[in-house]
Design a protein. Structure first.
Length: 283
């Protein structure tokens, strides 16, 4: 299927019989986009439309997300990382500039840990803490550096709320914390609709697993040019994005200010600046 904007929807097989859906546009060097928890390839529409004149832009729906298959298994970060490796190999993608947003960063950190950076030329990590769940013994400085937004209790409460009868309402409340107050109602509803393509039970299982990962020791081993992107108005503390950039040798960091739609979804709310950053970094 090809849209009016030249964006084609395709599929690739991973993990045997599981098919991942992805959107593709343009030609040239590969730019691969990995969405976050319960998000979709469609949410990268502004990158697919805005960067296809210079790159082969590919955005994946992860397992259970968007238009990808929704098997009753595999809602863990390591499985998603293995799916990504299967897809990169199947599509023979090499020297990739790869972008992870939110949980997509965790998928990339896990992918590097398991498979190294053989097919990756450059990394972009957008708005994700290395540890989402707070250790009560951490100092204030450690909390600022590692960026947790949950406690052990609140992880369980959030996952249970997603699984429960009020799962849709819990999703809407969670997403509301990720956007600016200026986002139009129809744009926010679109984000909600995209997120609800993932079954809430699978979303709950994946969030629980995601919140129990710790990627701090992976960062210093990353051996590719790296850009970190955060937002002053994001629920993810921008202090942790600055700290993460100090952990990867030679990494750069860019923080969107509140006045330039520096939310968790800055790639939607300020796509112009985001796309210019990607193009300047990918070359």
């Amino acid at each position: 299927m090809e849209t009016k904007t030249g964006i084609a929807r395709k599929t690739v097989a991973v993990d045997g019989d599981v098919r991942l859906s992805y959107l593709e546009a343009g030609n040239g060097a590969p730019l691969v986009l990995i969405p976050g928890w319960s998000q979709t390839a469609e949410q990268y529409r502004y990158q697919l439309e805005g960067l296809a004149d210079r790159y082969r832009v590919i955005a994946f729906d992860l397992r259970g997300h968007g238009d990808s298959d929704k098997p009753g298994r595999g809602y863990r970060i390591p499985r998603l990382a293995a799916d990504l490796q299967n897809a990169l190999v199947a599509l023979d993608l090499r020297d990739v500039t790869i972008v992870g947003h939110s949980m997509g960063c965790s998928v990339l950190w896990c992918h590097f840990d398991l498979f190294a950076a053989g097919r990756i030329g450059r990394y972009v990590f957008c708005d994700q803490a290395t540890c989402l769940t707070r250790n009560p013994e951490w100092t204030d400085q450690q909390v600022a550096d590692y960026g947790p937004i949950f406690t052990a209790d609140s992880v369980v409460e959030t996952a249970n709320a997603l699984r429960g009868a009020g799962g849709v309402e819990a999703t809407v409340g969670f997403l509301r914390s990720m956007v600016t107050a200026d986002m139009p109602a129809e744009a926010f509803q679109w984000i909600v609709d995209m997120n609800l393509k993932m079954p809430r039970t699978a979303a709950a299982d994946l969030l629980y697993n995601h919140c129990h990962q710790d990627w701090r020791e992976v960062l210093p081993r990353i051996d590719r040019p790296t850009l970190f992107i955060g937002g002053e108005g994001s629920l993810v503390p921008h202090s942790c994005m600055r700290w993460e950039a100090t952990q990867v040798p030679g990494a750069r960091v860019e923080i969107f200010e509140e006045g330039e739609a520096g939310s968790h979804f800055m790639f939607i709310e300020n796509a112009g600046k985001f796309n210019a950053l990607l193009a300047g970094f990918a070359g």
